[in-house]
Design a protein around this ligand. Structure first.
Ligand SMILES: Nc1ncnc2c1ncn2[C@@H]1O[C@H](COP(=O)(O)OP(=O)(O)OP(=O)(O)O)[C@@H](O)[C@H]1O
Length: 245
């Protein structure tokens, strides 16, 4: 991880974006720092995936800009529901696709490519599933395969749309660990989540509501009761008092 500008990461400045003339994001200015896990959190429809898509370059801004470090191409891990379970490909082939960006189409994968693919399969605990068809996997297994494909790209900017939604505890821990390791290697890791506990574990946090940025910073500073109420319109339940003897 040396290609990324150490001081930089991704800078979003005055970004507006939407679909078919309908504006969804309104003048977002934020930072997605390197060597850190950033959580984008907010209610349904607040624009989290649209912001992620704008950083990935798949949603075009109508105003403002997304500045990436020179020559950087982000790796995007989409929601598993966005991937057809009818695709006739195996787990191994799916993760190998993560290496395509690093070679010309007519070139074979190198020894190093194969090593990276094997490492990503191992990291996500899916080596045993390598020969299985994607469509025969459970939702949680498929999600791990998509994360492994994202990791295999070895990008300095890793973007993930709800990578742990609907997964059980151990699967969530495996993915959370992989994201932390990737950030520790210097990448800007950004994930969208509905889960306040997930967001609280991040290093940096963006709170969205109605396509606007309500707050940005350390999770403990961003996810205050007032901010959560402003975003969701709900007061958080007070923490349960410990039982008395
Ligand atoms: N491809 C699309 N075409 C048209 N409108 C879209 C598209 N994708 C999202 N939208 C609209 O943009 C708004 C923001 O959606 P987005 O998916 O970015 O929000 P989100 O915060 O990620 O939501 P969720 O938590 O429900 O996944 C919504 O009103 C949604 O209907």
């Amino acid at each position: 991880m040396t290609r990324c500008d150490r001081a930089g990461g991704v800078t979003v400045h005055g970004l507006s974006a939407g679909y078919s003339g309908r504006v969804v994001l309104h003048r977002i200015t934020a930072r997605l720092p390197r060597a850190a896990v950033t959580a984008i959190v907010g209610p349904n429809g607040s624009g989290k995936s649209t912001l992620l898509g704008s950083v990935a370059g798949v949603v075009r801004p109508t105003a403002g800009s997304v500045r990436l470090p020179d020559g950087m191409r982000p790796a995007l891990v989409v929601q598993r529901s966005a991937v057809s379970d009818r695709l006739p490909i195996t787990v191994l082939e799916t993760v190998r696709m993560g290496r395509w960006a690093h070679r010309r189409l007519w070139r074979r994968l190198s020894e190093q490519d194969h090593e990276i693919v094997a490492e990503c399969l191992h990291l996500l605990g899916i080596s045993e599933l390598a020969k299985r068809r994607l469509g025969t996997l459970s939702g949680g297994q498929r999600q791990r395969v998509l994360v492994a494909q994202g990791l295999a790209q070895r990008s300095d900017i890793l973007l993930l749309d709800e990578p742990t939604t609907g997964l059980d505890g151990p699967a969530r821990d495996i993915i959370a660990g992989a994201l932390t390791d990737t950030a520790a290697r210097g990448a800007a890791v950004v994930h969208v989540t509905h889960d306040l506990a997930d967001a609280a574990r991040a290093d940096h946090c963006l709170l969205l509501s109605g396509g606007r940025l309500l707050a940005e910073g350390a999770p403990a500073e961003v996810l205050t009761d007032d901010a959560v109420e402003a975003a969701w319109g709900l007061r958080r339940k007070p923490a349960q008092a410990p039982p008395t003897a």
